[in-house]
Structures are given as structure tokens and as C-alpha cells.
Design a protein around this ligand. Sequence first.
Ligand SMILES: Nc1nc2c(ncn2[C@@H]2O[C@H](COP(=O)(O)OP(=O)(O)OP(=O)(O)O)[C@@H](O)[C@H]2O)c(=O)[nH]1
Ligand SMILES: [Mg+2]
Length: 255
Amino acid sequence: MITPHIYIVGTAGCGKSTFTAGFKAWFTNMGVDVITVNLDPGAESLPYTPDVDIREWITLADIMDEYGLGPNGAQIAAADLIAVHINDIRDTINKIKTNAVILDTAGQIELFAFRKSSHVVLNALGTPAFIVFLFDPLIVRNPLGFVSMLLLGASVQFRFNIPFIGVLSKADLLEDDEKNKILQWSEDQDSLYSAVEEKRGDMYGHMSASLFKVLEDLGTYRRLIPVSAEELYGFEDVYNAVQQITTGGEDMSPD
Ligand SMILES: Nc1nc2c(ncn2[C@@H]2O[C@H](COP(=O)(O)OP(=O)(O)OP(=O)(O)O)[C@@H](O)[C@H]2O)c(=O)[nH]1
Ligand SMILES: [Mg+2]
């Protein structure tokens, strides 16, 4: 049986845990049995009850105490310790028969994006693996923020080379015209370029042009999927994107 592993990734506070809760609720509503895994050792409270929880092995508070570290140093140590415990975590996940595994990652995206431990995790937990990358609306409503986020997304893609699904998170916070503008930027390079030039003038024209060329070559321009975990819409489109890649379109049948 194919069991997709769907990693929910994004900048601090972009809505990963709430998305995880909403996605699980959507699957349950569709009669599809999926499990959630919390990979954030620093999570204090979660809007869902994880089926597997990294905090059973490691918590940020314990690491800070034990090693006398501050929160940032402890996050790095925690990321490395997750890699140490990954076989136990994998065995615990594999004991549960399920159609898909949704994994909520830690807020500090640089840990996931840049450190070797995340590779160890992805390799150990198996395939097919997907990254659902959440774009925070409060950052990407500004064209410069949008480009920065595309670059961050591109470096995550570059690092892992697994299917990447871009989501406009908390879409309910945006007015329709603002949301449509962001969606247009996500698939139409010229409209994004014009918006950036308008903000920055042509002082950095050459840099912008080179950057946009790189993003185009990387295939970064793909329409984001708007999702609201608050109003519960958009999950079907995310599911369809996963489905399309996993099975070429066939339904993940419930057990
Ligand atoms: N309006 C609205 N608010 C949301 C949505 N999703 C999340 N939020 C709010 O955004 C805040 C952060 O959400 P979290 O799900 O904790 O975000 P996170 O990415 O898991 O945060 P960290 O793990 O701390 O990085 C919370 O106050 C949520 O209630 C959404 O779809 N709509
Ligand atoms: Mg979270």
C-alpha cells in the first residue's frame, strides 16, 4: 500500500499545526483514516492530538535544562536528537495501519531547511514524501515578502528534491482582491516583476531580473493553493495535488 508522508513546513507561526489539525479533520470527514505526527519538540499546546508525538522522546524544556542551553541552541540540539531517535519514531508510526501520515514540523524552518538531521528524518520515514509549504499571508501580501518566500521555498526544494506543494495559508485573513493578486503573482512572473519594480524602483533592476530568471529556471511559478484551516476550505485541493503525484489521480481508498 502506498502511504504518503506529508510534511507541513513553513516559517514560525504560518499555521502549520492548525493546518495539520484541519487536514486531519478533512480526511476524517471524507472517511479516510490518516495519522498525525508532531515533530516539534518545543510545541506547548497543539490544536490536535497527535498519534505519534516527538515529545515522548524529546522536549525542548528538558534539553534546555539538561544541557544548560537557551531556546535557540536547544532547538538545534533537539533537531539532532530527533535524528538519533528516528528509528524508534519510525517503528511507532509503522505499527499504525493508515492511508497517509501528516507530519507537523517545528517553527524554526531553518532547522528543517538547512540541517542534516531533517534529511535523516525524511530518509528514515520513507516515501512517497511530500512537502506542503505554507506561505504566510502577512509576509506574502507584500511583493518583496513574496519573493523572499519563493526563495526560501526554492531552497527547501533544492535541499530535498521531493514534490513540493505551495499553499497560501490562512487565506480567510485576506480580502478577495488581495488574495487574487497573490495568486496571480504565484503563477505569472510578469505581474510579480511589475509589483516588485513598483516597490523598489529600478535601483536593483539588474538584481531583480537575474533573480527572477533563476526562479523561472527552477520552475518556481506554480499557482498557490489557498487554504483556510479556520474556515476549513482548500484541503481538497491539497489532497488532489498529493493524489495526482502519488497515483496519477486515483482515489486513496479508505480501508
Ligand atoms: N484566521 C486564521 N488563523 C489561523 C489559521 N491557521 C492558523 N491560524 C492562527 O495562526 C496562529 C499560528 O498558528 P499555528 O498553527 O500555531 O502556527 P505554526 O506554524 O504551527 O506555529 P509554530 O509551530 O509556532 O511555528 C494561531 O493563532 C492560529 O489560530 C487560518 O487558517 N486562519
Ligand atoms: Mg506549530
